[in-house]
Design a protein around this ligand. Sequence first.
Ligand SMILES: [Mg+2]
Length: 372
Amino acid sequence: MTMSLTVPPTIAVPALERRSRYTACLLGGAIGDALGAPVEFMSRQEILRRFGPGGIRDHASAYGRTGAITDDTQMTLFTAEGLLRAAAGGHPPGHRARVAEVAAAYQRWLLTQDEDPARHADAGGLLGIAALHSRRAPGTTCLAALRQVGARGSREIVVARGRSRNGEPGADLRAKNNSKGCGGVMRVAPAGLLLTGLIADEALLVREAFALGSDLAALTHGHPSGCLPAGVLAAVIALLVREVPLRDALARTKPVLATRADCEETLAAITAAERLASQGAANHDTLAQLGGGWVGEEALAISLYCALAAPDLESAVVLAVNHAGDSDSTGAITGNLCGAAAGMDALPVRWLEGLELDRTTRELALALCAVG
Ligand SMILES: [Mg+2]
């Protein structure tokens, strides 16, 4: 008898399940982003007038195609690429190196917004993908903050600056603005996916994922409510992949949030989402009490409400996009949360069909899974 026969066959099942959760987290985000894209700038009344009383429930045309992703997914993919480059680098992939590599990745995303794609046709990685060279209503804060960094030095300098300074990790890469737009939180799910595969101890994982998500958002958003919700999302995603229920994941993350300066606004938004979700079936009037989602703490709260109150991923994402707010971002974050919790079986096949860059999104999710 060989040793391999003594390995219980059940070991392969969690591995498959894990891949499914990673993939569904990023594809769920892309699906929510794409479903919300056509209605991002519509009031709820306009959405209902155009798509009927059930609102938008299938991909519709935006940016010249159906199933188009927006800046939310573009930047999520670049976050993943930066984290993967840090993991593959010839240096210890500590916190500072990860932040610096993602800062460099965001500079590459900026090139897709500002430059002729033909200049980068031979580039490796995401920068060489022509479909990513498209403006999908990018956040002005992200563009301005990244242009400021870019003006201060080349990609190499950005990376070196993030690695070599003493003091707070990546401190001098932080955005010099006071923005709390949701452009920070909408893109950090890969931070939770990466670290949950690398850090076994759960309390340490929550602290590290929170710090990474928050510091990645701080690359473009200087207000605490622009960064801290991103810390919460990264930590919660890390726990959801481990099959921790969402309410428990929040209970384990909020104490870490509570140690941060100026956390009150984000804490209050999360608490409101939890309270409203426990008050009965999911509905739009209740969701509207949480705001429009244009700022970080509201986008997080709306997404948490949808994920907590709706019975499944499909109804959560439909709820998250059919409101008079930042539909693609709340759809994306809700899709991240529900996908990480439920895996690929929860994603409606009709939403996967025709989804832009679905293969690239899958590949990056699986690469993050393989790091752990
Ligand atoms: Mg967007």
